[in-house]
Design a binder for this molecule. Structure first.
Ligand SMILES: Nc1nc2c(ncn2[C@@H]2O[C@H](COP(=O)(O)OP(=O)(O)OP(=O)(O)O)[C@@H](O)[C@H]2O)c(=O)[nH]1
Ligand SMILES: [Mg+2]
Length: 223
């Protein structure tokens, strides 16, 4: 029997020349080039990724960092369930722009799964930001930080796997809230068996999620 495959739209955002297009090409096609061709407008690629026991079709949306966060159209962000915020080790401005990119995603998509990717760690000798600053930024934005290198394919797949798992957790949390509010019988102290079942499932999910949730101020540093 044919099973429908789950799709997930993931945004790749960040300033110009930080490696967004390379990241997507490395992940989807296992190719990399040192040549820089700036992205014009918006582009996207797909990849089916196994996460746990499920295949998820990731649709990775790429855009021109040069356009900045003001001019990018709403349609680019519409329906996204996750976003990776990329900056470059050698470009301080791309690091300082992170809060604005995070706010743009929040404004357009709401509280979707997000992660920070510090790219080009192969150029750490020419770093424009200290590791303390980067960790402080991740803490401030309350986002998981990946230090990666698209060129060497370091932490490319893991950042996307993390995002899918986080997006799932967020979706489960939303679903359990919905079940809670819709299944409780109105004007009655008694509960239907279905409502009771949903309720206990919801409580079980929430307890499990609490156990899995990192502490608020925790920065996951993944090398
Ligand atoms: N040293 C090094 N260079 C990288 C790495 N990742 C990407 N680059 C280089 O950085 C430059 C910019 O990469 P792109 O992927 O085109 O950057 P972008 O963020 O898509 O840029 P825009 O499309 O202008 O927004 C290219 O010359 C890449 O080869 C990396 O991990 N290490
Ligand atoms: Mg690009």
């Amino acid at each position: 029997m044919l099973q429908s495959q789950r799709g997930m739209k993931v945004l790749v955002v960040g300033s110009r020349c930080v490696g967004k297009t390379c990241l997507i090409k490395q992940f989807c096609r296992a190719t990399y080039s040192d040549e820089y061709t700036k992205t014009m407008g918006v582009d996207f690629m797909e990849k089916v990724q196994r996460v746990g026991s499920e295949d998820v079709k990731l649709m990775l949306w790429d855009t021109a960092g040069q356009e900045g966060f003001t001019s990018i159209t709403r349609s680019y962000y519409k329906g996204a369930e996750a976003a990776v915020l990329v900056f470059s080790t050698t470009d301080r401005a791309s690091f300082e722009a992170l809060p604005a990119w995070r706010d743009k995603v929040l404004d357009e998509c709401g509280d979707v799964a997000m992660a920070l990717l510090q790219n080009k760690v192969d150029l750490i000798e020419q770093s424009a930001v200290s590791s303390e600053e980067v960790e402080a930024m991740a803490r401030r934005l309350n986002l998981c930080l990946y230090r990666g290198c698209v060129r060497e394919d370091l932490n490319v797949e893991s950042v996307f796997t993390y995002l899918v798992e986080l997006a799932d957790k967020k979706a489960n949390r939303k679903a359990s809230k919905y079940v809670d509010s819709s299944e409780k019988p109105e004007n009655s102290g008694a509960m239907t068996p279905r409502a009771r079942l949903s309720m206990s499932e919801s409580i079980r999910n929430q307890t499990q999620q609490k156990k899995q949730q990192p502490k608020k101020d925790l920065v996951c540093l993944l090398m």
